[in-house]
Design a protein around this ligand. Structure first.
Ligand code: GRF
Length: 203
């Protein structure tokens, strides 16, 4: 898993993985910065961690290459980005093609990018939510695996709305990743399907 922040979604997945019936195990947690709550949570749980900061690499592609080999060393079946605030590059996409999952705090394709909660609030939408997607070369543009809606309240500010979205996001990520590992998934054009109707299990 890759994180940049407090790691509450990571925690939800760690809790889910404690049940053998869930069908997945977190092999490592990586971050793009030091001092993240996510890495601290992983260390406390005895999960291997690594930090790869962009500013320690001379070029972005060099950082991407290092991140790719660090992740690949753990031989993950899936790479889950939960609040990972960097775009990965060509090496990473090639290595984990079709197996990178990201979660985003908006109903894509509305409000992609880093400030999606603020953008949704400023736009005045009455319903927003979260999306779990497969990562492609664009910004939050990959096939959508699952979405959940969250109402916007008149009293919301960015922090309260994001907190409420994250409650939905934690459940959605745990549910979606669990179904993917247990039942497989497929993608035809832009349409991602999980489960028996997926036709071609990747697991
Ligand atoms: C989530 O809302 C994620 O979609 C966004 O950052 C948040 C991560 O929260 N990019 P946490 O670090 O898992 O608590």
């Amino acid at each position: 898993m890759l994180v940049s922040g407090t790691g509450s979604i990571l925690q939800a997945l760690m809790d889910a993985c404690a049940d053998p019936g869930y069908g997945a195990r977190i092999v490592a947690v990586g971050a793009d910065r030091t001092g993240t709550g996510g890495v601290a949570r992983a260390e406390a749980a005895g999960i291997p961690t690594f930090v790869r900061r962009l500013k320690d690499s001379p070029e972005r592609f060099a950082w991407d290459r290092m991140l790719t080999s660090e992740c690949a060393a753990f031989e993950p079946d899936l790479v889950i980005m939960a609040g990972f605030l960097k775009l990965v590059g060509a090496d990473f996409l090639r290595q984990f093609d079709g197996r990178i999952v990201n979660t985003h705090p908006a109903l894509l394709p509305s409000f992609p990018g880093l400030h999606s909660v603020r953008d949704a609030l400023r736009h005045g939408v009455k319903v927003t939510g979260c999306s779990v997607i497969l990562v492609d070369a664009g910004v939050d543009s990959g096939p959508i695996l699952a979405q959940e809606s969250v109402p916007v309240l008149d009293t919301d500010d960015e922090a309260t709305l994001h907190e409420r979205i994250k409650v939905a996001e934690r459940t959605l990520v745990v549910d979606t990743v669990g179904r993917m590992v247990r039942d497989g998934w497929s993608v035809q054009e832009r349409r991602a399907r999980i489960g028996a109707s997926a036709g071609r299990a990747r697991w």
